[in-house]
Design a protein around this ligand. Structure first.
Ligand code: PD2
Ligand code: ZN
Length: 290
């Protein structure tokens, strides 16, 4: 005898489970209704497993919106109360070159030494591939035509150098090291650019709930310049008319308390006109990025 598991039957099984009936009693009821034990058991297991998977994995878009950080949410930030000129980042005094309140953008000098920049490029070079961006349609990754650079990700804490830079950034912006994604290195050749975008994940994209399961939203970015292209390659913030010069060892930090264009954190990598450009980006999440 062939018995079909209809959507109505699935719904009924889930309702029984939610109402607190034991699987044994649901099985008994199904067998009374004419189901063979073997088929009823399979239908029950399959339906309840699927229900638990769906419930556990992906929250609804509305739930994601409610769970997103909002206006005034705590975000990474530098403490400039002691000095508007320098910040103690633990193992290094970092220069503050420009500090903007809204949007929160801080241009930093001397975040990395020349040796650290060179060592990051050397460690990244053998692992470079055409850059992927997180695909918010699906939660996967894909080659993005707006990003003509090549790139790689370091694993968090993977070497002494990476640990040192990660600890420095965590101290600098007062944000737990565990909330940082693995550092990304990008390499732009002449003509390559990164068109203006937001670094947060768009809550309206279907893949975003899956992405947010690991650490929540992005709430801050640190772009570090590892070398100096001969011409072009600044980091632009079109909404506020700011362009940050790519100077070796310098960096730009910005934060965003909600995943909205109202943060005015639209930014891009202007085309490199001559020479190469190397940057390292650290994205900071709301919670531990495990
Ligand atoms: O390389 C840049 O200047 C740049 C610009 C915009 C990097 C990023 N975004 C990024 O890595 O998110
Ligand atoms: Zn960006």
């Amino acid at each position: 005898m062939s018995q079909t598991i209809t959507p109505e039957l699935r719904r009924w099984i889930v309702e029984q489970a939610v109402a607190g009936h034991t699987p044994e009693s649901v099985l008994e009821a199904m067998m009374k209704a004419g189901w063979t034990e073997q088929v009823a058991t399979a239908a029950l297991e399959n339906t309840l497993e699927q229900h638990l998977r769906e419930r556990a994995v992906v929250p609804s878009a509305a739930a994601v919106r409610t769970a997103s950080p909002g206006v005034g949410a705590r975000v990474p930030d530098l403490d400039l109360s002691r000095s508007p000129r320098q910040v103690d980042a633990g193992d290094r005094q970092v220069d503050v070159l420009i500090s903007l309140a809204q949007p929160r953008v801080v241009v930093l000098g001397n975040l990395l030494s020349a040796e650290e920049c060179d060592a990051l490029i050397a460690a990244a070079q053998p692992r470079m591939a055409r850059s992927l961006t997180v695909q918010t349609q699906t939660g996967g990754e894909e080659v993005n035509p707006d990003r003509t650079s090549s790139g790689m990700f370091f694993n968090r804490g993977e070497s002494e150098l990476i640990r040192r830079v990660e600890a420095r950034i965590a101290r600098l912006v007062n944000w737990p090291l565990e909330n940082g994604e693995g550092m990304q290195v990008l390499h732009y050749r002449p003509g390559a650019e990164y068109k203006p975008h937001y670094d947060y994940f768009d809550p309206d994209e279907p893949g975003t709930p899956t992405i947010l399961q690991r650490g929540g939203q992005r709430v801050g970015t640190v772009v570090m310049y590892l070398n100096e292209p001969a011409c072009g390659g600044g980091t632009t913030f079109p909404d506020i008319g700011l362009e940050v010069a790519p100077k070796r060892g310098n960096a730009v930090f910005f934060s965003y308390d909600r995943p909205s264009p109202a943060t005015r954190t639209l930014h891009g990598g202007a085309p490199v006109i001559e020479g190469d450009k190397w940057v390292a980006t650290k994205w900071l999440r709301e919670r531990e990025f495990a």
